[in-house]
Design a protein around this ligand. Structure first.
Ligand code: ZN
Length: 382
């Protein structure tokens, strides 16, 4: 698949319509069948596609409309994973005082959180996203990007040792099955015609930027993290095992500093320097990075990779002007030729279904501004 210079795309999620959110909670309570839910989700995907096409994107996603969030949706598709609330988890952990301390340092109320937790051997009962891709491809002529949770994120989220230990001797052993699941998935997505597969690894910024004592919602990082250097080493190895030998689609890794609040001061801060050597070792074509927020520092080259440049902030009402976006792209063009530079928002618009960061209307206008900036810059170049 060839993309135009300065190809425009999304990171992944789109705000869900209210009817879909209501359906999601009825499905959770067992009041709505999966088939009925999927019918409503089909409509929501069609609307998300229509809006991305109207905005003029070169590469679209299904808006993650069928997912409750960017990673826990896998609980429905895998055996050995159960969604558990923090209070349920508290019943199982040995170090209750320590766990309560973690809950107190979470940046959102623990009562509102569930975690996809390993409670058995991990197997793919059904594909994670192949159905999403097939539906999307049947309803658009545009190339399609499929976001998947990365292997490090899933390992960190699923490993609660008291519950996982009867099934896996260690976090490393669990990670081998997660890698296998994602490898199989990526190969099936490639065979089904995915144009871009993006692995989401926001937890990498938690490793380097979060204060040592805090735990964060975004990353579901209940598992104790080790030394940052070893954690990054582990993450790089897992991602490279997933993508090894994968042919066909463009591959990417998305990293951001959190997308759970409009209060930017609660999100993590720091430029890419401490992550750069590890990001450069990733066996993927593109890094999809936030840069619209000043918390992310200045654009830099990452040895030979293309860049998905974040040019609009998904968490603000103000729609960035094409002029402002053009100026950011020009700065990035100092490090990347136009065919190695994609434009995207900093993150999704609806990472967590129940707390979207924007309305569909503002999101669409932000995408349109991005497309207009790309159009002007291509005109000047050609
Ligand atoms: Zn993100």
């Amino acid at each position: 698949m060839r993309f135009p210079p300065l190809a425009t795309t999304m990171v992944g999620s789109w705000p869900r319509p209210d009817a879909l959110l209501r359906a999601q909670s009825r499905k959770r309570k067992g009041e709505l069948s999966r088939a009925e839910f999927e019918k409503l989700a089909d409509e929501a995907v069609l609307d998300a596609l229509k809006r991305q096409e109207r905005a003029g994107l070169d590469l679209v996603t299904d808006g993650e409309q069928r997912r409750d969030n960017f990673y826990s949706f896998v609980a429905e598709k895998l055996s050995g994973v159960r969604m558990m609330t923090m209070l349920e988890l508290l019943d199982h952990v040995e170090d209750k005082a320590g766990f309560e301390k973690i809950l107190r340092t979470l940046d959102v109320p623990a009562s509102s959180l569930s975690n996809p937790t390993c409670v058995g051997r991990i197997e793919r009962r059904e594909p994670l996203a192949v159905g999403e891709l097939r539906f999307t491809k049947a309803h658009t002529s545009k190339p399609v990007k499929v976001p998947l949770p990365g292997p490090y994120l899933l390992t960190r989220a699923m490993w609660v040792k008291e519950l996982a230990r009867p099934h896996y001797a260690s976090k490393e052993e669990l990670s081998r099955d997660i890698v296998r699941v994602l490898r199989d998935e990526a190969r099936e997505l490639a065979a089904a015609g995915a144009d871009f597969i993006q692995f989401d690894e926001p937890v990498l910024t938690e490793v380097v930027f979060a204060p040592k004592a805090t735990r964060t919602f975004m990353c579901a990082s209940l598992a104790e993290r080790g030394d940052p250097k070893e954690e990054l080493e582990f993450a790089v190895r897992l991602i490279n095992e997933v993508t090894a030998g994968l042919k066909g689609p463009l591959t990417g890794v998305h990293v951001c500093r959190g997308n759970w609040s409009r209060d930017e001061s609660t999100l993590r801060r720091g430029d890419y320097a401490p992550l750069a050597p590890d990001l450069e070792r990733l066996n993927v074509d593109q890094l999809v990075l936030e840069y619209a927020t000043e918390r992310a520092g200045d654009v830099r080259p990452f040895g030979g990779k293309s860049l998905g440049l974040g040019v609009v902030n998904p968490r603000t009402d103000e729609v960035e002007s094409p002029e402002r976006i053009e100026a950011s792209v020009r700065r990035a063009l100092a490090h990347y030729p136009p065919d190695r530079l994609f434009l995207n928002p900093d993150c999704g618009f609806g990472t967590f279904s129940r707390s979207p960061m924007n309305s569909a209307d503002v999101a669409e206008r932000k995408l349109a501004a991005m497309v207009e900036a790309a159009r002007r810059l291509r005109g000047q170049a050609g």
